[in-house]
Design a protein around this ligand. Structure first.
Ligand SMILES: [Ca+2]
Ligand SMILES: [Ca+2]
Length: 112
């Protein structure tokens, strides 16, 4: 196949996938991730590593200058920690709490 046609096909496939990605934007810290849901009104934090470091998400809501935090209360056991419903989430990021060291946030802020 001509390489330009191949490129167009690949680009079309990427655009076709875009709406599904926009439903919940994730910020990863290793395998742990924060994710918005409920049309960007909530954030969940999912601890996916049995590393003893508690995963949490930092987030800000539209109309609020403050940064809040939600923990995955049961660590890497199944189930995620979630915020309550509120103003739309402006940005969020997944981090983990590391004893005696600065906390760790791989990917940084995402803006749903
Ligand atoms: Ca972790
Ligand atoms: Ca959990």
């Amino acid at each position: 196949m001509d390489r330009w046609i191949r490129l167009v096909v690949i680009m079309a496939a990427i655009f076709a996938l875009a709406p599904a990605v926009a439903l919940g934007l994730r910020s990863y810290d290793g395998q742990d991730y924060s994710e918005d849901y409920n049309t960007v009104h909530n954030v969940r934090i999912c601890d996916k590593e049995s590393d003893g470091n508690g995963a949490y998400a930092k987030y800000q809501r539209n109309g609020s200058g403050s940064t809040d935090r939600v923990n995955d209360g049961n660590g890497s056991a199944s189930g995620c920690g979630s915020t309550s419903y509120g103003n739309k989430i402006y940005r969020h990021e997944a981090c983990e709490d590391i004893a005696f060291y600065p906390d760790h946030c791989d990917q940084g802020w995402v803006y749903p």
